[in-house]
Design a protein around this ligand. Structure first.
Ligand code: SF4
Length: 374
């Protein structure tokens, strides 16, 4: 931890804070790690303006990385609330990171979903999906499974690995679909050979918002350190994989110097695409972040979340900074910004020096199609 992060806790900000008290957020939760009732299949995804994939394969409901900003509890798991309650998860948002419910394997159902994806007419598909399946969109395919019983932990970890490897082999051998692997975990190295066997049909990437391990420890408390991720990306490049990087989401503490450091290291990888988005406000994620920071005795720059306007100004500045740095490093052709849809409001545009140009640029980024190896 660097000294500038080590200061006294402060109460959460008002505007985006949770109806829960800080104590409720910090109360220890009973972990729930088990099998989910529905099997793992390839399902259509609902990304908007991300250009990541057309489909997703998710190995679990929940994620052990416990990223405090995670957007998943505000979308996917909200619909699963009643079912999650049967697994002892009372509050899917507050308990995010404490439950991992692995999907069982049903080869017949998986193959049916694979055929459905394979046979989808191309004109029905959003072109920005690159006809790819993402591993994963609402969890991490290479997360660490933690269970109090060592034998059960081994069984669940082996199952996770089986899910990923078996499904990938079936996609490789029985379809023409592409695959995008997106993870925060160096455990992915164990499958580099399998990835390699896909040739140009697979791209491998990691989320790397900063190289500061201390900062990541606050925002992504149980995820592997950024230094490990950078080493994994370098190993992927050396193994001959097609690599992409998601600087996502970057934090308010990621100033220009920090972003430059990260982008310089990323540029050395020669990635096919560098995605970037500043942290967005989703459901109660700001309250989650503040509870985590308070628990660690750390103060963050959560003042940027004080009002819609302060967050919008922060987000636009961050996107602009990354764009400028990408040009400085001559990697702008590979940059793919993810401006949130809410930044397209007229009230935001009116605060820009040239509102029309600003809105045109947003349209450009929203409709950009990410690169795929040729
Ligand atoms: S790795 Fe992804 S899905 Fe898992 S907690 Fe972090 S952001 Fe959410």
């Amino acid at each position: 931890m660097t000294p500038d992060l080590l200061i006294e806790p402060r109460p959460p900000t008002k505007l985006y804070s949770s109806p829960r008290t800080l104590d409720a957020w910090l109360k220890p939760k009973k972990p729930s790690v088990d099998f989910w009732h529905a099997p793992a299949v390839i399902a259509e995804n609902h990304f908007v303006y991300k250009s990541l994939s057309n489909w997703a394969f998710n190995v679990a409901v929940g994620c052990s990385h416990a990223c405090r900003f995670c957007y998943v509890p505000s979308t996917a798991t909200i619909k699963q609330g009643p079912k999650l309650a049967e697994y002892g998860v009372k509050d899917p948002d507050a308990e995010w990171g404490d439950y991992v419910l692995l999907r069982p394997w049903d080869e017949r159902k998986f193959l049916a979903s694979l055929r459905a994806a394979e046979n989808t007419p191309r004109k029905q598909l959003k072109p920005d999906g690159n006809r790819a399946v993402i591993y994963c969109s609402t969890t991490d395919p290479y997360q660490i499974i933690r269970h109090p019983d060592a034998a059960r932990q081994r069984e669940l970890a082996a199952h996770t690995r089986f899910l990923v490897r078996r499904s990938l082999k079936l996609i490789r051998d029985q379809s023409t679909l592409n695959v995008r692997i997106l993870t925060r975990s160096p455990l992915a190295r164990t499958d580099f050979d399998l990835f390699k066997s896909f040739g140009k049909r697979l791209v491998f990437g990691m989320s790397l918002p900063t190289l500061r391990n201390d900062l990541a420890k606050v925002y992504e408390p149980k995820a592997p350190a950024p230094s490990q991720r950078l080493a994994t990306l370098r190993a992927a490049k050396e193994a001959g994989l097609h690599v992409f990087v998601a600087l996502a989401p970057t934090y308010p503490e990621c100033d220009e110097a920090d972003l430059r450091t990260t982008l310089k290291s990323v540029a050395e990888l020669g990635p096919i695409t560098i995605f970037h988005e500043p942290i967005n406000i989703r459901a109660e994620n700001v309250a989650r972040i503040e509870a985590q920071a308070s628990n660690m005795g750390v103060r963050l720059r959560t003042d940027v979340f004080a009002t819609r306007e302060t967050w919008q100004d922060y987000a636009v500045k961050s996107l602009h900074t990354v764009w400028g740095l990408a040009r400085e490093l001559s990697i702008e052709k590979h940059l793919h910004l993810w401006p949130d849809k809410s930044l397209g409001g007229q009230s935001v545009a009116d605060r820009m020096p040239n509102p029309r140009k600003y809105l045109e640029r947003l349209e450009h980024w929203w409709h950009r199609i990410s690169e795929w190896p040729k």
